[in-house]
Design a protein around this ligand. Structure first.
Ligand SMILES: [Mg+2]
Length: 226
């Protein structure tokens, strides 16, 4: 039997690489358009360009390939992306036990919203796009949260729903997700995909699950993993 006192009141998931089996919902769009924005990704990670500038550069690259771009074209790019094995069961199990489940993602809202409704989570937030009245992509993105600033969002979410930080667990797959580790809460590293993520999780001394099935986090949350 696992320890029931480990059970949280709220679990906050990163989306890309945690609830879905794809590293980045931005990357999925680049793959669909045959573009590569690695240069600006590195500039963004180094803090040389802002989220808004980064999103604008993504959109410019895609529009250089296809213009105009309809919302449906973007949505179609996600057709091949699968949920992480176990995601549906884990979210259902948590919610059945009265746990509040949220998604805090710096990924694409168009995609994250579909995952949120598929899994019926209690709340979600992501970055994304602006479309005109006919559904065509405009030149600017919407930045609702910074990939390294997820903690502020989680703190707000806890306050809004009257939840205790000590009863909060976040789950992420990258070093940027360590910003979800609000003081007093717990964090679980899930399948870190980059070496830098593996190293960052080790430095932060957080528990790490290395199994491509979300059920593997259940014992850390005080649930049996069946
Ligand atoms: Mg991720």
């Amino acid at each position: 039997m696992v320890e029931q006192n480990l059970r949280p009141d709220v679990v906050v998931f990163d989306c890309d690489g945690v609830l879905v089996d794809a590293v980045s919902s931005w990357r999925t769009l680049h793959d669909a358009f045959g573009t590569d924005n690695a240069l600006n990704l590195n500039r963004f990670i180094r803090g040389e360009i802002s989220d808004v500038e980064f999103m604008r550069s993504d959109i410019q690259m895609w529009k250089a390939v296809v213009n105009p771009i309809h919302r449906d074209d973007l949505f179609r790019a996600y057709a091949g992306v699968a949920l992480m094995p176990g995601a549906r069961e884990v979210v259902a199990k948590l919610q059945d036990a009265g746990v509040f489940v949220a998604i805090v993602s710096a990924g694409v809202d168009l995609f994250v919203s579909s995952i949120a409704s598929m899994l019926k989570v209690d709340d979600w937030i992501a970055n994304g796009f602006v479309f005109d009245e006919e559904g065509y992509l405009t030149d600017e993105g919407v930045c609702r949260l910074h990939a390294t600033g997820k903690g502020e969002i989680i703190t707000k979410l806890l306050k809004m729903n009257d939840l205790d930080v000590a009863r909060c667990v976040s789950v992420g797959d990258s070093e940027m997700d360590l910003s979800m580790h609000v003081e007093g809460s717990r964090f679980i590293g899930f399948n870190p995909s980059r070496d830098s993520s593996v190293e960052a999780f080790a430095r932060a001394a957080v528990p790490v699950v290395v199994e491509k099935n979300l059920r593997a986090i259940l014992p850390l949350l005080g649930f049996d993993d069946d």
